[in-house]
Write a protein that binds this ligand. Structure first.
Ligand code: DX5
Ligand code: ZN
Length: 217
């Protein structure tokens, strides 16, 4: 029973063939499917909205982990929940009322996550740890796949202590590779997002590569 969850980010998948890409990573060992939602405002890039997430849903048989890099976020929570997100993660920096946002996510029945940008201290989530199932520590400035890892191991350790015995995952997102994964796992992370490290060298046609890449992490 593997403790650490691997969550490939389909931001690095073939955008013309999401259904097959999702099935390939799940067949080859993905625990969760990570979906990066970007609005061109909170982050300088655009990706998918609720209709795309709804279209992914029938292809996901594990857990659809939806990372919202959007501001404002509250007006879209119900739509992402209805689209079938299992985990909905909002950024603590995306609005003034993270407590309200997390309550709204929980009210949909989805699991709730809170994400922290690299410049945001662990203490920013100290008072919402009873409202979350997951804290996502960004190890790149969000917006793009394929960036290099920023060392946030001190923040991960601080969060592990703050979380104590609550059943809360610490997810790490950005620049996760076979080299950086052991560092964050040792610091206390138990869910690892990996985009370029999983899909690199891959294509749906030779999806066996994804399994090798997942196992290497
Ligand atoms: C970054 C996204 C990440 C990204 C990770 O803004 O939140 O999930 O896809 O990609 P890699 O693993 O390539 O850094
Ligand atoms: Zn992400």
């Amino acid at each position: 029973d593997r403790r650490i969850k691997i969550a490939p980010s389909i931001l690095s998948a073939d955008f013309a063939d999401f259904g097959r890409e999702i099935r390939a990573i799940e067949e080859q060992g993905a625990d969760w499917v990570h979906v990066d939602v970007m609005d061109g405002h909170f982050v300088p890039n655009l990706t998918f909205g609720p209709p795309a997430v709804k279209a992914f849903r029938p292809h996901v048989s594990t857990v659809m982990d939806v990372h919202l890099m959007i501001a404002p976020v509250d007006p879209y929570i119900d739509a992402f929940a209805e689209a079938g997100a299992d985990i909905i993660t909002a950024h603590v920096e995306a609005g003034p009322h993270i407590h309200r946002t997390l309550q709204a996510i929980r009210a949909t029945g989805a699991r709730a996550g809170v994400a922290l940008n690299p410049g945001t201290p662990a203490e920013a989530v100290a008072h919402v740890l009873d409202l979350v199932d997951l804290v996502c520590v960004m190890t790149v400035n969000p917006g793009f796949g394929g960036q290099s890892f920023l060392d946030m191991t001190g923040k991960i350790r601080a969060l592990r202590t703050m979380i104590g015995d609550r059943p809360v995952h610490i997810e790490v997102d950005g620049g996760v590779t076979p080299e950086t994964a052991p560092l964050v796992a040792r610091a206390g992370a138990d869910a690892l997002v990996a985009g370029s490290a999983v899909f690199k060298g891959g294509s749906v046609a030779k999806a066996g590569v994804y399994g090798e890449n997942i196992r290497a992490i």
